[in-house]
Design a protein around this ligand. Sequence first.
Ligand SMILES: Nc1ncnc2c1ncn2[C@@H]1O[C@H](COP(=O)(O)OP(=O)(O)OP(=O)(O)O)[C@@H](O)[C@H]1O
Ligand SMILES: [Mg+2]
Length: 428
Amino acid sequence: MSNLLHQHDQAGEFDDLETEVQTGDVNDIRPIPRVTIQAFCESEVIAQTLEMASRDRRMARAHVKVHMGGVPAAVDFYNTAPTPNLIVVESKLAGREMLVHLGKLAEVCDSETKVVVIGHYNDITMYRELISNGISEYLVAPISMADVMGAISEIFVNPENGPLGKIVAFIGAKGGVGSSTVCHNVAWAIASHFQNDVVLTDLDLAFGTANINLDQDPPQGIAEAVFSPDRMDDILLDRLLAKCAEHLSLLAAPSTLERTYDFDKNAFTQVLDVAQRGAPCVAVDLPHAWTGWTRQILASADEVVITASPELANLRNAKNLIDALKELRPNDGPPRLVMNQVGIPKRPEISVADFTGALGVDPAAVIGFEPALFGTASNNGQMIGEADPKSSVTESFDFLAQILTGKAELRTEKKGALNLLSMLKRKK
Ligand SMILES: Nc1ncnc2c1ncn2[C@@H]1O[C@H](COP(=O)(O)OP(=O)(O)OP(=O)(O)O)[C@@H](O)[C@H]1O
Ligand SMILES: [Mg+2]
């Protein structure tokens, strides 16, 4: 920190600013994970420094965009756009004035988004004030590529700051209820709407469908990762991931029966750990099974999503799952419940209100049975959001994506009522 504050001793003097990009010592900087970084600069040389940093091999996994316009341009931009993992803003303002500007940025910023400020005043009081207001780092211009990459690395790579990514585990209350479909679509929604990188891991090794749903046929995937835990690191993970979209990568299941898949309790710990350090979101598609390893993943995930269909066996299993999870994760909130395949013609169903009432859990989404939409999307290797961006199902997946990334709170009555109404309309 102290080395960041020594460069510009004479407060307010901009005349001696460097005009050429300084590299600095980049050798000790660890590679930056799959984060999205957007910068809003005021001076050309700082924009160029960030552009050059973005082309460094250590930043190859990150998505970097550099704009001009400083804090006002950032505020304008995020009024309508989702905020990335990191915003870098340059400001030539001092003290109070800068804080007022940053306050406006905070109003349009997600709580999870980190902010690094590049300023022109070497003022320790201001530095302290910025840090206590949630700014991750204050760098004083002139800055080198190494300064900015070091700050980014400190935020996202330093193990003391905890793992970067959130693990979201998806499981069905019964086989075939659509848990994998929900998992893939929510992962896609997070990646495409919030430009938040997602690593989707298909842990149904024998029968996984993520490769079909996402139209991928990678030669390697989760099997290589789980059968060589000692070799598992960020480099191997890069090789095993299939890129599905700009921000979505898949660790695909082999989906073949050449071998059997029996695993120890901690078989997936290493690969999930590496994935979690490498991307802000890891979506785990679990098979409908209760084994040592599925229980272990459910116990340690940041969020659990249970998908259930409104009939009796689902209700019993969902109740058992929720109770078991309460014991395994006494200090976490309850799992998110998705009611899926609601309204299958001629099927006697328990009403969603009775089902969720019996569980004491409000549903995060209620999705109707829409075989044409789901079938067509799956046949075309498309997500529902691609097949029918305007459908209420897409809306439900988008809402789940918001909840799971902390961008929305669960306001169940309203959401549930909306979805139920659209279901009733379809039934006519
Ligand atoms: N709301 C829905 N309406 C119609 N069909 C759906 C719906 N949700 C999922 N499906 C279809 O149901 C089938 C099973 O879905 P999926 O494979 O996601 O279930 P699962 O719970 O993961 O099953 P498994 O137990 O095999 O893991 C798929 O063909 C999928 O397209
Ligand atoms: Mg499945």
